[in-house]
Design a protein around this ligand. Structure first.
Ligand code: SF4
Length: 476
């Protein structure tokens, strides 16, 4: 069969992006695990339009909640042409009934265990409507299909070396979607980096790990970093802040070419962190943690969330200055979003705080889908935009770059300059995050407040840490 993989996208800024840093890993990974008897093509809607024609036998759609309406519209158009559509990813895993109104087949959870069977059944015409992908061992996974990537991505070498996270932040779907913590064999990860080549200097040099918490399992992480050190590459990833307590790990990160770490700092206030069970973070330790990473020349990218119950518009707006004070090099500023499958969604649903009239575009990370405790939804949106504009205004950007020039390694400085330049340019040209449309395109049928929470772990599958092929070393 001819399989067209489409990774949906909707611009979240007023005038979109001129540059595209990285692709998601989903499309190139799904292409790689597609059995060789099928022909695969891949489209990232982020960088080029997706043709809607009858040439593929199957279209596989991947998207998250914020892009659901766009993905459903595409699916409807393909199906009108007689093309069968499969959807997977975090959104459809929790909104199966909704997705089945637009697609032929839904794959929940992780694709590896079921993708070959889904395609085999589609080829025979015996497909089921729903397949549940159990978490499986990550050993033996193929190298992502970088050859299918569009050239417009600045950093094409993206990969995943682990899956899952041992923490349980209440707004995050990872603990249920990717239960336990599993690692790939180090030699297979190294193979993916060492054997793939790209035309430009920085493309050849950089490996971007799309992991949720790459360095959790210390013994494995140190082995990976030892091998990485021999490759003379630069790498970046996401990790939890407890890594700074392990000096040996920090040294290994520096030696192996780490140029950037994304930390989910989320809030500068302990009460906010407690309210979402972010127990590994201590706000009072942020400054020291960031200093330790700077001592190794590593750029600190940090995620902040607006919309916690204790926050007011003034607190949110002032965060822009406070994050510069603690030393963050690149801030990532989003709005708290109650995704189904999380304890946060269940609490807000129970308490009647979900704004039911607000459609999926409000679930993009830049919209407000719930009733904040101490302000109106409009005030939260305005406070977030005020913070965003202050954080990426020329003064704040220059302050971060000047500090970075004193503390960051060459690769880390390039990373910081590229990202601060990217967002700083958006700010001075008025290209801020767009406000999601208030007019809904469809109706979200939220479950009744008393209904059981949606959890893949309740499907009776072996979705627990015991299904993982490695144990977890908790360090926070
Ligand atoms: S540490 Fe990050 S990945 Fe892990 S549960 Fe919290 S938000 Fe999710």
């Amino acid at each position: 069969m001819k399989v067209r993989i489409v990774v949906s996208y909707v611009p979240r800024y007023r005038r979109g992006h001129r540059f595209h840093f990285v692709p998601p890993v989903t499309g190139i990974h799904l292409a790689a695990i597609t059995p060789p008897e099928h022909e695969v093509e891949l489209f990232h809607e982020q960088v080029r339009p997706v043709p809607v024609d009858a040439s593929p036998d199957v279209v596989a759609l991947s998207f998250f909640s914020g892009f659901a309406r766009r993905a459903y519209a595409l699916a409807d158009r393909y199906r009108a042409l007689g093309v069968r559509v499969v959807a997977g990813g975090p959104h459809v895993s929790y909104w199966i009934e909704e997705a089945l109104q637009h697609v032929d087949v839904v794959v929940t959870g992780e694709a590896e265990a079921v993708w070959p069977s889904v395609l085999r059944d589609l080829a025979r015409g015996t497909q089921r409507r729903v397949y549940h992908g159990e978490p499986t061992s990550l050993a033996g996974l193929p190298t992502p299909r970088y050859d299918l990537l569009e050239e417009r991505f600045l950093v094409p070498r993206v990969l995943q070396a682990t899956r899952g996270c041992p923490f349980t932040c209440s707004f995050c779907t990872v603990p249920d979607l990717n239960p336990g913590f599993r690692v790939r064999p180090v030699d297979e990860v190294i193979r993916d980096i060492a054997t793939t080549h790209f035309p430009r200097f920085w493309q050849e040099k950089v490996a971007w790990f799309w992991d949720d918490n790459l360095l959790v399992q210390r013994r494995w992480a140190k082995e990976l970093l030892r091998e990485l050190a021999g490759l003379d590459r630069w790498w970046l990833t996401q990790a939890s802040i407890d890594i700074v307590k392990d000096r040996e790990l920090l040294d290994a990160m520096e030696r192996s070419g780490c140029i950037g770490i994304f930390l989910g700092i989320e809030s500068l206030d302990e009460a906010d962190l407690k309210s979402v069970d972010k127990r590994q973070n201590r706000a009072r330790e942020y400054r020291e943690a960031i200093r330790k990473l700077h001592d190794r020349g590593i750029c600190v990218m940090a995620g902040f969330i607006s919309g916690f119950d204790d926050q007011t518009p003034e607190v949110i707006a002032s965060t822009a200055d406070r994050l510069n004070e603690i030393g963050v090099d690149v801030p990532f500023l989003s709005i708290l979003t109650p995704f189904r499958g999380t304890p946060l969604y269940d609490e807000h649903r129970r308490d009647g705080r979900i704004l039911e009239e607000r459609d999926w575009p409000h679930y993009s990370g830049y919209g407000v889908a719930f009733r904040p405790a101490r302000m109106s939804p409009e005030q939260l949106l305005a406070a977030h935009r005020q913070m965003w504009n202050r954080a990426f205004g020329p003064a704040a950007v220059l302050e971060r770059l000047a500090r970075g020039a004193r503390s960051l390694s060459r690769g880390a400085m390039m990373l910081s300059a590229a990202m601060n330049g990217f967002y700083g340019l958006k700010q001075i040209t008025g290209n801020e995050p767009a406000a999601p449309p208030l007019e809904p395109e469809g109706t979200i049928r939220h479950p009744a407040p008393g209904d059981a929470p949606a959890r893949l772990s309740r499907l009776g599958l072996k979705r627990s840490a015991s299904a993982a092929d490695s144990s977890v070393e908790r360090t926070a």
